[in-house]
Ligand binder design. Structure first.
Ligand SMILES: Cc1ncc(COP(=O)(O)O)c(C=O)c1O
Length: 393
């Protein structure tokens, strides 16, 4: 192993949302932070080295995104995900959530319905509502002890003013990596019903050895022409603070509408350090990512075993990807309020309240395992201890 992910990185006092907002968000500071989806690991050394070089040049004025950046992005999609997206399809967003908001402005009208598959990442609700569109829920369903998409339910929701789906692939918070066959079934429906797919694939790179990510737009030319895909180096390389994300839009007309919104808002440029970080990450850090994924897979296996053995009334499906996992604590008889109280005030851990991901999340919490094993172990021990103490009372 070239990189050591067991080294603890202290993030308190570094302007870090995850560790420095604990008091504001949870009412106390003395918590282990396993909520916001970024990791407690430094960015890849190759990225840090390139940033130091850039700083040493001294020039931090208006940048241009070089062709080599576009090549690095398209090359990543081709070599890591088998999608030959084409360089003309590459454009930018300051963040993926911003990109979702731009897309809603570009492709839907005020009052239109926009479908999401719940429980899901809370900003999906917010961006739709803030754009003056309607949230239309197609809840995931349970099948064979895992979450699956309800395509029959989806078909019933589609109308001329409700034909846009924001797909979360892999899915936060249920940690499913949609299988190719599942995406093909969705694609068949999308083509038949003339849907537009806004596919948030920000978690595409963190996928464990027993799963494989497929970019839905790569399934066919038909899908490429009706899909706007968002990816980013932010989750993958832990550089979310660089505010650099990517929109992949093979269809010329969809691209023109997206670019027109971005231009109207004057949000089309990337930061000079973001450009360097993104290009270095996509062109030089595949090896780092492979080792990171292996480490996170160890954390996944550890968490799965721990929940099974030490939290007998909790349930967690087998996570296939992402570093945010969905734990069902309903077996302990808590509603979300009591669950959060126990986690914060007794276990001293900050997890995301499942309720924020939709009504389906009542009694659930989302845990971020993107930290060193020692912190993860301590957090899980604390949770198990608090549950045991409560059960014995
Ligand atoms: C599904 C999903 N989309 C988007 C984001 C955030 O993207 P950004 O910070 O680039 O807006 C996250 C972060 O957790 C996420 O899980």
């Amino acid at each position: 192993m070239k990189y050591d992910f067991d080294v603890h990185m202290e993030r308190r006092g570094t302007n870090c949302e995850k560790w420095d907002l604990l008091e504001k968000e949870f009412g106390r500071k003395d918590l282990l932070a396993l909520w916001v989806a970024d990791m407690d690991f430094p960015a890849p050394p190759e990225v840090l080295e390139a940033l130091r070089k850039k700083i040493d040049e001294g020039a931090l004025g208006y940048p241009v995104a070089p062709d080599s950046l576009v090549r690095a992005v398209a090359g990543w999609q081709r070599t890591r995900h088998g999608w030959d997206v084409g360089e003309d399809a590459v454009t930018w967003a300051p963040g993926v959530v911003a990109g979702l908001a731009f897309s809603l402005m570009a492709y839907t009208k005020p009052g239109d319905g926009v479908i999401i598959q719940t429980p899901v990442y809370p900003p999906f609700y917010a961006t739709i509502k803030e754009a003056g569109r309607r949230v239309v829920k197609n809840p995931l369903k349970r099948e064979d002890d895992r979450y699956v998409m309800d395509l029959e339910g989806l078909e019933k929701l589609i109308t001329p003013t409700c034909r846009t789906l924001i797909l979360c692939s892999p899915h936060n918070p249920v940690a499913r990596v949609w299988a190719k066959e599942e995406l093909e079934a969705l694609a068949e429906l999308a083509v038949r019903k003339n849907m537009l797919i806004i596919s948030d694939e920000i978690h595409q790179d963190i996928v464990y050895s027993d799963a494989k990510h497929t970019c839905i737009a790569s399934l066919s030319d038909e899908m490429a022409s009706r899909t706007v895909t968002f990816v980013a180096p932010s989750k993958t390389f832990n550089i979310a603070g660089m505010n650099t994300s990517v929109a992949l839009i093979p269809d010329e007309k969809l691209m023109a509408r997206y670019v027109s919104v971005v231009n109207r808002l004057h949000l089309g440029s990337l930061s000079i350090l973001g450009i360097t970080a993104m290009e270095t990450a996509y062109s030089k850090c595949a090896g780092w990512l492979d080792e990171l994924t292996a480490y996170l897979e160890g954390n996944r296996d550890f968490t799965e075993k721990f929940v099974r053995e030490r939290m007998p009334k909790a349930r967690m499906d087998h996570p296939e990807g992402t570093y945010v996992f969905w734990i069902d604590f309903r077996g302990y008889g808590f509603d979300s309020e009591r669950l959060m109280d126990l986690l914060v005030n007794e276990a001293k851990v900050a997890l995301n309240n499942g309720r924020n991901f939709g009504t389906e999340g009542e009694g659930f919490a989302r845990i971020n395992i993107g930290t060193d094993r020692a912190v993860l172990r301590e957090a899980l021990e604390n949770i198990a201890g608090a549950l045991e103490a409560r059960s014995n009372r």
